[in-house]
Design a protein around this ligand. Structure first.
Ligand SMILES: [Cu+2]
Length: 325
């Protein structure tokens, strides 16, 4: 079956599917943490993401009404030993029951991480609202640029949550904002040899504030710049940290909490630019992404209810079925 889900990475690609991958969701009610575990996958040394068999999409059905507060990803092997984040090409979480506020052609993109293993810390007082039975689709792509093979690797994401039924002050709702150099298209693109830059735009349709912004790049990525083109202001310039080979180590996060958030107005056009410096001497097919990622808080939260979908955009019913388009 052919379908298009506006996926983070997989769209248009044809990978072998890794066999035996499942999703396990453990809810620790007392500690109010869900731990999701996707795997296992075997990662032979020196294998690119196009050659590596990839985990099929998994779906996590939310078991409560409440808020997801933070995302703490890590990679472990079957013995619980840490595996370096560099073998995660990336993971992306999508709420199939809602449309994304910047790119309503896509599902609401609620979390993502790559080799830099971005830890999404809790912002006190804020959370991402979920309803019971919302379906969160989890895309995971792995590779292994290292000379070491890893066996039976699991992606674990610990997600602290607040149950709406529990007696605690309600959270203010945040909406993850993915501001992509590919605008609202498929996020990945080819990166040529040497220095290159790509930019795109996104239009904000709601008044509100951006609480902070981080960046998502792939290996050889150097910088993400977010500008409010309508105001002719630079919102943030994020310089990536890379190792001596140019492999990505981290992208900083800039917070605007002290000023009450960076103000966006409905109609503002955002410009996003990403630069790469690819030392391999060859074009890397679908090797790049350039995304500024932040939390948006609308001035009027009630407008966001319209983003709920009565029926999911496409059927991603069974894990294992959805990967080879
Ligand atoms: Cu990516």
């Amino acid at each position: 079956m052919q379908h298009h889900h506006g996926g983070f990475m997989q769209e248009g690609m044809h990978h072998a599917v890794a066999k035996g991958v499942t999703l396990d969701a453990k809810v620790d009610v007392a500690a109010r943490i869900v731990t999701l575990r996707v795997g296992p996958v075997n990662l032979p040394a020196n294998t690119g993401h196009m050659k590596m068999p990839q985990p099929p999409d998994q779906v996590w059905q939310i078991p409560f009404d409440g808020w997801l507060l933070a995302y703490h990803p890590r990679l472990v092997d079957a013995n619980g030993q840490a595996v370096p984040g560099t073998v995660l090409h990336h993971t992306a979480f999508w709420n199939e029951n809602r449309a994304d506020f910047l790119c309503p052609n896509k599902e609401e993109h609620i979390f993502g991480a790559g080799s830099e293993m971005t830890d999404w810390a809790e912002v006190p007082g804020y959370g991402y609202r979920v309803q019971k039975n919302d379906k969160i689709r989890i895309e995971t792509m792995v590779y292994n640029p290292t000379p070491t093979s890893y066996q039976k690797v699991y992606l674990e994401v610990a997600i602290p949550f607040q149950d709406a039924a529990k007696n605690a002050p309600p959270r203010k709702n945040v909406y993850p904002a993915w501001m992509d150099v590919k605008s609202c298209g498929n996020s990945s693109y080819d990166v040529p040899a040497g220095k290159s830059e790509k930019s795109g735009t996104a239009t904000v349709k709601y008044d509100g504030v951006l609480l902070g912004v981080g960046g998502h790049l792939h290996d050889y990525g150097r910088q993400v710049v977010l500008q409010d083109a309508s105001r002719k202001e630079t919102v943030a310039t994020l310089e990536a940290k890379v190792n001596e080979k140019g492999l990505l180590e981290s992208v900083p996060v800039k917070l605007f909490l002290d000023q009450g958030g960076y103000k966006f107005s409905a109609g503002d056009i955002l410009k996003i630019s990403a630069t790469y410096d690819n030392p391999t001497g060859r074009l890397l097919r679908d090797g790049a992404m350039g995304i500024a990622v932040g939390y948006f808080v609308p001035a009027d939260d009630s407008m966001m209810a319209a983003l709920r979908r009565k029926t999911p955009l496409a059927a991603h019913n069974m894990a294992g079925m959805s990967h080879d388009h």
